[in-house]
Design a protein around this ligand. Structure first.
Ligand SMILES: C[S@@+](CC[C@H](N)C(=O)[O-])C[C@H]1O[C@@H](n2cnc3c(N)ncnc32)[C@H](O)[C@@H]1O
Length: 273
């Protein structure tokens, strides 16, 4: 196996493991917090009946579930994710809601399990920041979109404008570096390189920004949701240091309710007609 292929395999195994571990807390806590952000994605997708939609990095299926009734009758939604645990939860939600036009499939952005030109719209809510090879992902997005097809993604801004990123990056300073570089919540804060990668494959895109808020009752609630799983691997001493750093940076006047202001960048593009 080449070094690049080995690096990719290690990175994918690591990413999948992280998301598998987070799946339950994502469904229980983050889905609710992220609902306004998903609504922004869906509004920008301008969906209508009969459309074929791919939800890339569908997670627990939040965007796919919102999209499904909007493209009925006649339209279908395919949710793709690397994490079997996320997909299991998404499948359960789809079944509970009785949605018949959503299919979920294991797969990755860099090699989408879908035919050429099959989709009118491709959604990617908070997933592209974690993709190991975004050049390959851009190529795949262009491949599966029909000419003139629409692309809507959401990515976080940088830590100075986005509290979710500030908390996660502050905590991450106390953890070992991830096994692959270039992935994480703040990596698309400057979206310009990714816009150029999209343009190179025929997708002209622009960025719109909105602030979405996440309300937490106290520090521990935010920590558990946003850093709990990844920090679990730290020694108790290291974890205490990480918590102290986050408290100092984000609760300078002491513990209590805190509103997270999260500037979110919506990347809106169209495949060459
Ligand atoms: C922050 S969650 C977002 C989930 C969902 N789109 C939402 O907005 O609630 C990121 C998701 O991207 C998935 N993901 C990470 N890397 C991926 C890749 N290369 N291809 C497909 N999905 C990926 C993760 O497994 C995870 O479910």
């Amino acid at each position: 196996m080449s070094i690049a292929a080995d690096h990719d395999r290690v990175g994918l195994t690591w990413q999948t493991g992280v998301w598998d571990q987070i799946a339950q807390i994502y469904l229980r806590e983050i889905d609710r917090l992220a609902a306004p952000l998903i609504a922004h994605v869906i509004a920008r997708a301008a969906l209508h009946a009969g459309q074929q939609v791919l939800d890339l990095g569908t997670g627990t299926g939040a965007a796919a579930i919102q999209a499904a009734p909007l493209v009925a009758p006649g339209g279908q939604v395919l949710g793709v994710d690397i994490s079997p645990a996320m997909l299991t939860l998404a499948q359960q939600r789809v079944a509970d809601l009785g949605l018949t036009n959503v299919t979920l499939r294991e797969g990755r952005a860099e090699a989408l399990p879908a035919p050429d030109g099959a989709f009118d719209v491709l959604l990617a809510s908070l997933s592209l920041m974690y993709v190991l090879d975004r050049v390959a992902a851009a190529r795949e997005i262009a491949r599966v979109l029909r000419p003139g097809g629409r692309f809507v993604a959401a990515v976080w801004a940088g830590a100075e404008e986005c509290d979710v990123v500030l908390l996660q990056q502050t905590a991450a300073r106390f953890a070992p570096p991830p096994p692959v570089p270039g992935v994480g919540p703040g990596v698309l804060a400057d979206a310009t390189p990714f816009l150029a990668q999209l343009a190179a494959v025929g997708i002209q895109a622009r960025v719109e920004r909105e602030t979405v808020v996440y309300d937490f009752e106290h520090f521990a609630a935010a920590w558990d949701v946003l850093a709990g799983v990844t920090a679990a691997q730290l020694t108790p001493e290291r974890q205490a240091e990480a918590k102290a750093a986050v408290l100092a940076a984000m609760w300078p006047h002491g513990d209590g309710p805190r509103r997270f202001h999260n500037v979110t960048q919506f990347i809106i593009g169209q495949q060459r007609p």
